[in-house]
Design a protein around this ligand. Sequence first.
Ligand SMILES: [Zn+2]
Length: 116
Amino acid sequence: MSTAKKSSILIAVVLCGIALLIPAVKRYRTTQVDTSFQPCLLNLLVINVAKKQWALENKKSTIDVPIWNDLLPYLGSNPSIPKCPNGGTYTIGRIGELPTCSLGHSNINGTLHYIH
Ligand SMILES: [Zn+2]
């Protein structure tokens, strides 16, 4: 796959992730006051997008578990391992699962739901 094609796919996937984030943020705002979750939730979404892209390009299945080195090429042009702004530790998990933050997130109806 050419680099240009690869990066245009990546951009499309990231835009999809952002589109998915907007309703999640709106839903959160209606129930909570604290907004410190947003960078953490965004990190989890970015990790999830990277997982899906890695799985697609490497023909992985939903039970495969990537490591950070696998995901770094999909974490932007100047990649680094995302860090929870509140000091939590991220667990990448299987492709078929959402990544989690050690400070607590639960998976409700396939969306990331923040419960720091
Ligand atoms: Zn967190």
